[in-house]
Structures are given as structure tokens and as C-alpha cells.
Design a protein around this ligand. Structure first.
Ligand SMILES: [Zn+2]
Length: 413
């Protein structure tokens, strides 16, 4: 990819206002899941600064990389490998029928990945299901399960094709893609067009309030373009005749929500939704002061981490990262780790043998790593820190474990 392919948005992704302000400056960073074949392979680093719209309050990244670069065929995430996610989607599928008041007949899932959610909907309701996903490996995995999947991005143009073929849906979902789409206007206009009146649109997003309050630096990467609050999103959805009426809180990725919006029919706001709106109003999430809080929380994490690290190492210390996670590249830059780490341990064989870009740090298979005497292990698959700690302890690792989540702390094995 040519670095010049980067596009800088001049307007807010939700309300098109040019009144957007740079609030949090983050280091230039390699794109997630891009690695080198050899040591010190040059990788171009791109901005990840966070902006807030002064009009609607939307918090967003405005430096946009081409989608086909971010979600190319080496995109490896497959939810069907994860037992927790299977349970999550089964529960979520039940909510679909409850919200509609009847079994859905025809469901569309945008960013359907390997078809896990659609499989749950098909099994529970015998519904006709269609997925849309741009990643080759995801589409192939879905098709093995006989989930019809269109290999492309969803937009207003695809919606027009559905309309031409008389395809309308009574349920549309977009899980963890509503934050990954730069052209949310075309996306939402399109999905509203193919949703029947009274039909429901549901979306899972990581939640701004959790990101700010807990300082979840690990949720920031180049494809995560929006950090949604309900206040900004609610105003936006109404423009497309979509009316938010309920939300579920989900304890994944440090805190996420599933929003439910009804097409045309305005349902009463649930008690839960009212409480969330009140909380966001109290916290003033759409105001600049909330970005000051975010900035201060991130600075605190960085300072605490570096103070602990420096107090526990010397020039000979062996420092190892656990988990070549999607968030690892920013965490390495943010915590200034690139010159002091030895290697990265990971279970994913597709990543093993590769190198961190611009670095000598190799990704080594956990199974093949025999030397257990390490001075410091830093888990950058941050969300799994607790499990990683328990696992390494059981495997008789010796040394210290320095985490950033759920809080910055150092533990002995
Ligand atoms: Zn805006």
C-alpha cells in the first residue's frame, strides 16, 4: 500500500459538521495484524489521533486507510473458534425474537464473519439468512456451514440491488462493524432502506463510556474508526428512520453494548436505555471535558506502567510480550516498548515466525518456547490478562507479570 493512500476526513462521520477538534494525540502506529517476514522490515506507521465533533459530540478517528488494506485476506479473526462468543450469540439470537414479537423470517448480518450469528438465528427460528463480509477466509468458512455470504462491503449500492431483487429483511444486524465503517451515512441509509417497517436493526459496539472511564487504550486501532456514545448515535439513527428503544450491556472487550432500533415505529425507551442516557448526560460525554478526562486517564496509565517497568528492570533484563493481539502495535508505541522487548509469544500459528515491523522481535509459538525464566512478561492481549497470568503460572513461568488491564499492576508468578 502506498502511504499516500491515507485519507483525512474533514467532516464528522455522523453529522457532517466541519467543526471537529483534535483531542488526543497518539503515536504513529503500524496497522494491526501486519507483520514482517524478516527482522527490521519497514512498515509505514499511520496516525491514530482521536477527534471529537463539536456539534454532535461523536468521538472518532479521521485518518482513514483503504478498507481493502485493513480487511484483506490475512484478516484472521474467526468467532466460531471462541466458546464464549458462541454462548453470547445464542443469547443475542433469543433477543431478536423477543424484540420483534415474532420469529424473524429473513435476517441480514453485515460483517457476518464466519456466519456464527446467522447460524444461531437459522437454528433458532428456521429463518432465511444472508451474510455480507469482505474477507475471503470468512466467506469461505461461512459457506462451509451453508450460510449464504456476499463477499463485499455493505453500502447504499448493495441495498439498491437487494431492493431491485425484492429482498427486504425483518432483522438486520451489524455487530462490531458499526464502529469500523467510514461512510456510516451510506451504510445506514442503505440498511434502513432494506429493513421492513417495524423491523429491527441491532448493532454491537464497544462503548465510549467504558473506553474513557477505564482508559481502554487497547480498543484503539486503525479500523476502529468510531467510539460511539448513545447520545450521538441516537440523533444520527433518527435521520434514517431508525429509533433506538433498548440496549444490552455486554462484558466483552472491556465493555460493549448492543443497541436495538426499530424502523419507523417509535417504541418506548426501555428503563435500561433511559438510565444510560441519563448517565451519559451526567458525564457530559458529548462535551470537550470528557476528552480531557480520557486524555488524563491514558496519561496516568502510561506513567504508572513506565514507573513500574523502570523500577523492575536493568539493561540485562529479558522482557517478553505475550499475545500478538490486534491492539499490540499501538500498545508497543504508546508504552515505548519496541526497543526493549525480546520476542512475542503467541498461540496463533498463522502469526508465528513473523516479525514486528521495524523491529527484531519475532513471534514465537508458545508451545515451542522452553525457557521459562523471564524477567518481565507483558500481556498485550490485554483483555485476556487474567487468564494468561493463570495459564503461565500453571506452566511454571518464573519472573514478573506486568499488566495494563483491568489495572496497571505487577504480579509475581
Ligand atoms: Zn458530528
Amino acid at each position: 500500500m502506498n502511504p499516500n493512500d491515507l485519507i483525512k476526513r474533514g467532516k464528522c462521520r455522523l453529522c457532517n459538521s466541519a467543526n471537529i477538534s483534535a483531542e488526543i494525540s497518539l503515536p504513529l502506529t503500524n496497522v494491526a495484524d501486519k507483520y514482517g517476514k524478516a527482522p527490521y522490515e519497514i512498515g509505514h506507521k499511520y496516525p491514530l489521533d482521536i477527534y471529537q465533533c463539536r456539534d454532535c459530540g461523536h468521538v472518532q478517528i479521521v485518518d482513514i486507510l483503504p478498507l481493502n488494506y485493513l480487511f484483506s485476506s490475512d484478516y484472521t479473526y474467526k468467532p466460531s473458534n471462541n466458546p464464549k462468543l458462541i454462548a453470547h450469540f445464542k443469547k443475542y439470537a433469543k433477543r431478536v425474537g423477543e424484540n420483534l414479537g415474532h420469529h424473524p423470517k429473513k435476517c441480514l448480518d453485515i460483517g457476518s464473519n464466519d456466519g456464527l450469528f446467522l447460524e444461531c438465528l437459522r437454528d433458532l427460528y428456521n429463518a432465511e439468512v444472508i451474510g455480507v463480509d469482505p474477507a475471503d477466509s470468512a466467506v469461505k468458512a461461512a459457506e462451509k456451514k451453508s450460510i449464504k455470504t456476499l463477499k463485499r462491503f455493505f453500502d447504499d449500492e448493495l441495498a439498491s440491488e437487494f431492493i431491485k431483487n425484492n429482498q427486504l429483511f425483518d432483522h438486520i444486524s451489524a455487530n462490531n462493524v458499526f464502529a469500523h465503517n467510514d461512510d456510516l451515512i451510506s451504510f445506514t441509509k442503505g440498511l434502513s432502506k432494506v429493513l421492513k417497517a417495524g423491523g429491527i436493526f441491532s448493532f454491537e459496539i464497544s462503548y465510549l463510556v467504558d473506553i474513557v472511564e477505564k482508559g481502554l487504550i487497547g480498543t484503539i486501532f486503525h479500523e476502529h474508526l468510531s467510539h460511539h456514545s448513545l447520545i450521538s448515535l441516537n440523533k444520527f439513527l433518527i435521520n434514517y428512520d431508525l429509533h433506538l428503544f433498548d440496549i444490552d450491556y455486554v462484558d466483552t472487550q472491556g465493555g460493549a453494548i448492543i443497541g436495538y432500533a426499530s424502523k419507523t415505529i417509535k417504541k418506548d425507551h426501555s428503563k435500561n436505555l433511559k438510565e444510560y442516557f441519563a448517565k451519559e448526560k451526567f458525564l457530559e460525554v458529548d462535551k470537550p471535558s470528557y476528552m480531557t478526562k480520557f486524555r488524563n486517564n491514558l496519561i496516568n496509565i502510561k506513567n504508572t506502567f513506565n514507573n513500574i517497568l523502570n523500577a523492575n528492570i536493568n539493561s540485562k533484563s529479558r522482557i517478553i510480550i505475550f499475545g500478538a493481539a490486534r491492539s499490540a502495535n499501538l500498545l508497543i508505541e504508546f508504552l515505548q516498548l519496541s526497543n526493549i522487548i525480546d520476542c512475542i509469544l503467541d498461540d496463533n500459528e498463522e502469526k508465528v515466525g513473523k516479525y514486528l515491523l521495524n523491529s527484531n522481535a519475532k513471534i514465537i509459538s508458545t508451545n515451542k518456547f522452553t525457557s521459562k525464566e523471564i524477567d518481565i512478561i507483558i500481556p498485550l492481549a490485554w483483555i485476556h490478562s487474567e487468564n494468561i497470568y493463570q495459564r503461565l503460572k500453571k506452566e511454571n513461568y518464573k519472573g514478573k507479570f506486568l499488566t495494563i488491564y483491568p489495572k496497571v499492576e505487577i504480579l509475581d508468578f
